[in-house]
Design a protein around this ligand. Structure first.
Ligand code: EPZ
Length: 430
């Protein structure tokens, strides 16, 4: 397994191009199952999770062709990929694939809506929590689906006349189940109302794409989404929105090391809350036509108190990165994780670098320390691993991050993007 070696102490200066959002690309790719025509997605990030989902979609009968393009010398835009599900050849999503990437469970919505049948493996838990699918099952039942769970699979059948509209109210904000309910309801007979819907920008991006395909969705981005079902969806072309978690991650990295970096393509409205926190900590954030510029020159880092919340609150996917940053703050910070029950695995790894963090249930108390020292650390989940990278960028000496396949799931060419801004970082192929 590849490792990444980082020698701390270098400031970051220059430009980082922000890739298309992983968490928008995945539901958009799954939406291609809803039509026999071609869905063209531009600005797809080159990530392990995107490659894995391409494989899964191929199983169901989706053909895809790529015509990525190069702009300038070495700045690759994301890929432009054409997805065509002329017919669904297999309605089953097997355990060995779904278990590796939870989002593949979301194919249940389009498979059910398009063909009336879906057999999808339960995704199982993962490092950050049990991550059940009860909200998905309740939502699909509200659209008329008959659902049973058998031998680790969710087996869903639509009524003979197809799915019908319904009233869905989520007990807790859920991004995935909001995506799935929207996709299934797009082809149901009649009107569906989703209440307490997720307001993440990726939900809005999916709704915008579905509407280009002929769906009739209003209210995406608000807590109430209304879908008027249509008989068929058609091909369309859609560009994936920039990755707000990647943007926030590199913004925290610059705040940590000091320096001045333009996050090219980042959009302020996708990272309002992280920008507010960054300014409180002491970074300077300037909005420009090209993106978001982050700098910190000289003065120290102030402690903060943050609670993770659904959008537009502070995102749980930036929690580990924030924790790494405040390890070097002048004072005591607190971070309360409210979305997942076990998203503090990075704590013991940060402690190996000299961080002073105590946990009490869902609250981490971080007492800033004057320095961190490099050490071998282990990546445990996608976002925890990049938190370790941020800490390593200022740790004295070498840090070796192991199991970097976690990083490759969500960060495109991380060592290249940081290395071009001055970080002393290299990937060591196993
Ligand atoms: C999406 O996961 C993201 N993944 C996650 O990013 C992100 O952390 C999460 O939303 C929250 O913003 C993708 O978009 C691919 P949820 P999702 O359904 O949809 C509970 C990353 O690092 N829940 O919003 O799976 C669940 O256990 C990943 O890119 C139920 O109880 O998350 C969690 O506590 C990590 N029953 C909470 O709701 C259900 O049926 C929010 O989960 C569904 C969810």
């Amino acid at each position: 397994m590849d490792q990444i070696r980082i020698t701390g102490g270098q400031k970051l200066n220059g430009t980082i191009s922000i890739s298309g959002a992983k968490n928008a690309a995945l539901p958009l790719m799954i939406a291609s199952l809803l039509t026999r025509e071609t869905l063209t997605l531009a600005n797809l990030p080159r990530l392990a999770d995107v490659a894995m989902l391409k494989r899964i979609l191929t199983n169901h009968g989706v053909d895809h062709s790529v015509d990525g393009k190069r702009i300038g010398q070495d700045v690759l835009t994301g890929e432009t990929v054409h997805f065509t599900a002329r017919e669904i050849v297999d309605n089953t999503a097997p355990y060995d694939l779904v278990a590796r990437m939870r989002a593949s469970f979301w194919v249940i919505g389009p498979l059910l809506a398009r063909t009336g049948f879906a057999k999808v493996s339960l995704p199982g838990g993962c490092a950050i929590g049990t991550r059940p699918v009860d909200f998905f099952i309740d939502a699909l039942r509200k659209l008329g689906a008959e659902i049973e769970i058998e031998a680790g699979y969710v087996i869903a059948k639509a009524p003979s006349g197809g799915l019908h509209g319904g009233r869905i109210r989520f007990p807790k904000v859920t991004v995935g189940a909001t995506h799935v309910a929207m996709m299934a309801a797009s082809l149901a007979h009649g009107e569906t109302i989703i209440e307490n819907a997720a307001r993440e920008p990726e939900v809005e991006d999916l709704a915008a794409c579905l509407n280009k395909m002929g769906a009739k969705i209003t209210g995406a981005g608000t807590p109430t989404i209304i879908i008027e079902g249509v008989r068929e969806l058609y091909g369309a072309r859609h560009a994936v929105l920039p990755d707000r978690i990647e943007s926030g991650t590199y913004a925290f990295a610059v705040a940590m090391t000091g320096g001045d970096v333009l996050l090219e393509g980042a959009r302020e409205n996708l990272i309002d809350k992280p920008i507010e926190i960054l300014r409180k900590i002491g970074a300077e954030v300037t909005i420009t036509n090209e993106g978001v510029r982050v700098s910190r020159n000289g003065h120290g880092l102030a402690p903060v108190h943050v609670v993770t919340e659904p959008f537009p609150g502070f995102p749980t996917d930036l929690q580990a990165q924030l924790m790494a940053l405040v390890c070097r703050a002048d004072g005591v910070s607190t971070i309360r994780e409210t979305i997942f029950e076990n998203r503090f695995m990075h704590v013991q790894e940060l402690a190996r670098l000299g961080a002073d963090i105590t946990l009490d249930g869902q609250v981490a108390t971080v007492t800033g320390v004057p320095r961190l020292k490099g050490a071998p650390v282990m990546a445990t989940d996608l976002r925890a691993s990049v938190g370790l990278v941020i800490a390593a960028l200022v740790a004295e000496g070498d840090t070796m991050v192991n199991r970097v396949y976690h990083l490759d799931r969500g960060f495109e060419r991380l060592e290249e993007k940081l290395g071009r801004c001055g970080a002393d970082i290299e990937r060591i192929a196993a």
